[in-house]
Unconditional design. Structure first.
Length: 224
């Protein structure tokens, strides 16, 4: 389950911006809250803002993080990562973009993130929190790595990781247990856009051609 997502220096975001799915202490709409042990998480959330305020770009940022993670191990040595930093400032235009996510899998909280520009991964990290203390499983600063002694799935993988590939993705290719859990989580993310939705239009046309499904949809959205 998603706890939090943060992006910085990407598209229209110069500073880091965070979406938190942790429920506030107010008691309204309890049906929209998931009781996940230590965490009370929202089932859904809405991002409000004026036109051109960055709502679509925030969703694009999550989609870009998913795209980089799921495709990273397939890059070759000359592949571009294709990230676009905030270009309206000389302070940020040549710096890497920042992506970080907090997720809950099997009652364990993972904090995973990386910084990347178009050519390389500048840094990458993975933290695990099972009880009250967060501990670092690995941290990467370009080609320098630090790993926890019990993060055995990362042994021998550093030398196999290119500068433009994520260490987590490469470890997953070699069946790392924790890496596989995180990769599996990203593989189930679906991004739907009301702007670029040609694929969804085709699927909708096929679905509406089935009378049984069409009647079910009519019944589902009917107010009475």
């Amino acid at each position: 389950m998603l706890i939090e997502f943060t992006v910085g220096n990407y598209l229209s975001f110069k500073e880091k911006k965070t979406l938190s799915m942790e429920a506030a202490a107010i008691k309204d709409n309890p049906e929209n809250v998931i009781d996940a042990g230590k965490y009370k998480l929202l089932r859904s959330a809405v991002i409000y803002g004026a036109n051109s305020s960055g709502k679509s770009n925030f969703i694009k940022a999550l989609d870009k993080m998913r795209e980089i993670i799921t495709g990273s191990s397939q890059y070759n040595s000359t592949s571009n990562i294709n990230v676009v930093p905030f270009l309206l400032s000389t302070e940020t235009e040549n710096k890497p973009s920042y992506f970080e996510i907090l997720i809950l899998i099997d009652n364990v909280r993972y904090r995973y993130g990386f910084e990347a520009d178009n050519k390389m991964i500048h840094s990458e990290w993975l933290f695990e929190r099972k009880v009250n203390t967060e501990r670092n499983l690995f941290y990467r600063d370009k080609d320098i790595y630090e790993m926890a002694a019990d993060f055995g799935e990362g042994n021998g993988i550093v030398i196999k990781t290119r500068g433009n590939a994520l260490f987590l993705s490469v470890v997953d290719q070699f069946n790392g247990a924790i890496s596989k859990k995180i990769m599996s989580w990203f593989n189930i993310i679906n991004i739907f856009s009301g702007i670029t939705h040609e694929k969804e239009k085709q699927i909708t046309s096929l679905v509406l051609g089935d009378e049984r499904i069409k009647n079910w949809i009519k019944e589902f959205i009917s107010p009475f």
